[in-house]
Design a protein around this ligand. Structure first.
Ligand code: 5GP
Ligand code: ZN
Length: 114
């Protein structure tokens, strides 16, 4: 996807502060952090939204989530706690249409859903 900012980050044509990368997953720091730890975890393959995840993408999705879990450990926020968020489409507040999960932590995040 030539006009996708996260695909450009995967390709390296847009710089980012990478924190983890393997063949299929990339994690990098959000450019506008909303918490002391704010990392975006993405599949390298362009999947626009959570709605576009197919059953055969299950292993890839698991890898993205397991990467988030490992990064929470590595960033020292696993015990204090964190939030893992996917925003889907406009009502969900999605602005970057390449599937991503926000890993947020490092201070109390407040109540989002009761
Ligand atoms: P969304 O609102 O789609 O869930 O989140 C998109 C996130 O991507 C936002 O938190 C925004 O700050 C981040 N973002 C947008 N453009 C860039 C960029 O070029 N580099 C990085 N590192 N983050 C970006
Ligand atoms: Zn993309």
């Amino acid at each position: 996807m030539s006009d996708c900012i996260f695909c450009k980050i995967v390709e390296g044509t847009v710089p980012s502060k990478k924190v983890y990368e393997n063949e299929s997953v990339l994690a990098f720091r959000d450019i506008t952090p909303a918490a002391p730890v704010h990392i975006l975890i993405i599949p390298k393959r362009h999947i626009p939204t959570m709605n576009d995840v197919a059953p055969e993408d299950g292993a890839l999705l698991a890898e993205v989530l397991l990467t988030a879990r490992q990064l929470a450990q590595d960033e020292g926020i696993a015990e204090s706690g964190y939030r893992l968020i996917n925003n889907c489409n406009s009502d969900g507040g999605q602005t970057a249409y390449h599937l991503h999960f926000h890993l947020l932590g490092g201070h109390p995040l407040g109540v989002l859903v009761e």
